[in-house]
Design a protein around this ligand. Structure first.
Ligand SMILES: NC(=O)c1ccc[n+]([C@@H]2O[C@H](COP(=O)([O-])OP(=O)(O)OC[C@H]3O[C@@H](n4cnc5c(N)ncnc54)[C@H](OP(=O)(O)O)[C@@H]3O)[C@@H](O)[C@H]2O)c1
Length: 215
């Protein structure tokens, strides 16, 4: 069975998955890099960017689940680029010539464009489709493997509202953003559909996993 999985998705204590004022120079708006400092310290991340070192331990063990068994990713237009990226025909995402996805990657957008083949196995495809249809398309491309639902918060909220997420790893970071894009709005009671576990890390973050009941 091909699962829809969320990994390493970080939110503030007050539930924001990104700050206000996203731009080319501030991909997370006023949140800066604060939501992901826990991850940047890990061996997983160091390996991802080709640097030696990084921490082991709880944060690293969770972060590493990002890759195994994933055959495709779906992300929102707001993760792929800053507001207005679709007006730039040369925009190919934030990640340089060899993005860290290494699979077919589907960008949900109301401004589709031709697919872009990148180095390292990532091909960006642009889809204007419902979450259910996008997941069907990504599952076909994943060849029986799981599909990562990569964010941002609007996209994950929509997939949760449609009942499409099987497993979700949320990282609660002890910071208060006060403004930005919330993950949980309109999702009252969603936790009842999941087995929920929380693990505190010495770094100060809390890893919360949601696994669909009966999976
Ligand atoms: N906290 C984390 O771990 C994490 C992870 C990933 C990203 N982020 C951050 O999250 C932010 C982006 O999140 P966001 O909530 O603003 O945006 P998002 O969820 O990435 O994308 C939402 C946008 O995608 C397009 N879209 C979504 N569903 C669609 C559908 N069914 N059909 C067609 N188009 C659809 C629409 O854009 P258009 O109408 O413009 O096409 C919509 O406004 C960025 O700051 C990013 O850096 C955070």
């Amino acid at each position: 069975m091909s699962l829809a999985r969320v990994h390493n998705f970080s939110i503030s204590l007050d539930g924001f998955g990104t700050g206000e004022g996203q731009s080319h120079d501030a991909p997370f708006g006023h949140a800066g890099e604060g939501l992901h400092e826990w991850m940047f310290a890990t061996g997983f991340w160091h390996k991802m960017i080709g640097r030696p070192g990084g921490t082991g331990g709880v944060d690293d063990a969770f972060a590493r689940q990002f890759t195994p068994g994933i055959g495709a990713e779906i992300m929102g237009a707001g993760k792929f680029g800053p507001p207005g990226w679709h007006e730039d025909p040369e925009w190919k995402g934030w990640w340089g010539p060899n993005p860290p996805f290494h699979t077919p990657t589907f960008i949900l957008t109301h401004h589709p464009r031709p697919s872009i083949e990148m180095e390292g196995g990532t091909t960006f495809h642009f889809l204007d489709a419902s979450p259910a249809k996008a997941l069907e398309t990504a599952r076909e491309a994943a060849g029986g493997q799981d599909v990562r639902i990569g964010g941002g918060p609007t996209l994950i909220r929509d997939f949760l509202a449609a009942g499409l997420i099987d497993h979700m790893h949320i990282v609660v970071v002890p910071t208060l953003l006060g403004r930005g894009v919330r993950l949980w709005d309109g999702l009252e009671g969603t936790e009842k559909d999941y087995e929920v576990e929380a693990t505190s890390s010495p770094s100060g973050v809390t890893h919360v996993t949601f696994t669909r009941v009966g999976l």
